[in-house]
Design a protein around this ligand. Structure first.
Ligand code: SAH
Length: 204
């Protein structure tokens, strides 16, 4: 998988090392383990998906390339827990928010299993971020809102980056990179991507 990620253009050695050591197979059901290192996204239940390795690597690499040192990061959409474990394996302190409670319970157990100790979880609608822990050096959103959520931009430190797939349901989505500057924000529209929608409200 790491060799393929390199051939796909991922160059950050911290990200490649983290993904090389982390057992991706513990983040999916046993029936899917044969395919877990393939270049594809995988179902994790409730119509949600674990992103393909390239997207996980790409978003992590972009997050780490922020103009300020990146230490504390927020993820919206814990899902299987894999992306947050990758961030932790990169040496980051991770705060992750998920709207589906049963996902969080499983993700916590998997984090314990793979030694991802610096991950804190919150069962909440992630549109509002995690204000009591803000500001963050980076924020990564792993489900797509129709527009960049203002509340998340407000929780970025100066020089911090927000990576978020943006697009209406059924329409084209683009990965947006929002960087907070001393005077405002810069917004770049990057790769075309395909994420499940960011949905309001919480569930058990
Ligand atoms: N990062 C995940 C992939 C998650 S799929 C992983 O590594 O497996 C998208 C996730 O976002 C789903 O778990 C979904 O429940 C969650 N989600 C969707 N809308 C949300 C919201 N408003 N707040 C928090 N989580 C949300």
């Amino acid at each position: 998988m790491v060799a393929r990620l390199r051939s796909q253009g991922v160059t950050n050695e911290v990200v490649l090392a983290a993904m090389g050591v982390l057992p991706r197979e513990i983040f999916v059901d046993e029936a899917l383990r044969m395919r877990v290192y393939d270049d594809c996204s995988l179902p994790i239940g409730q119509g949600q998906t674990l992103s393909q390795p390239f997207i996980v690597a790409r978003m992590t690499e972009l997050l780490l390339a922020a103009p300020r040192p990146v230490r504390r990061v927020l993820e919206i959409g814990t899902g299987s827990g894999y992306q947050s474990a990758v961030l932790a394996a990169c040496g980051l302190t991770v705060f992750t928010v998920e709207r589906i409670g049963s996902f969080l319970e499983r993700a916590r157990a998997r984090h314990a299993q793979c030694g991802a100790l610096r991950v804190r979880t919150l069962h909440q609608d992630g549109f509002g971020g995690w204000p009591s822990q803000a500001p963050f050096d980076g924020i990564l959103v792993t489900a797509a809102p129709e527009a960049v959520p203002d509340a998340l931009v407000a929780q970025l430190a100066v020089g911090g980056r927000l990576l978020v797939p943006v697009g209406a349901q059924g329409a084209e989505q683009r990965l947006c990179c929002v960087t907070r500057t001393a005077t405002g924000v810069t917004i770049e529209s990057l790769d075309q991507v395909s994420f499940v929608p960011l949905l309001p409200g919480e569930m058990r």
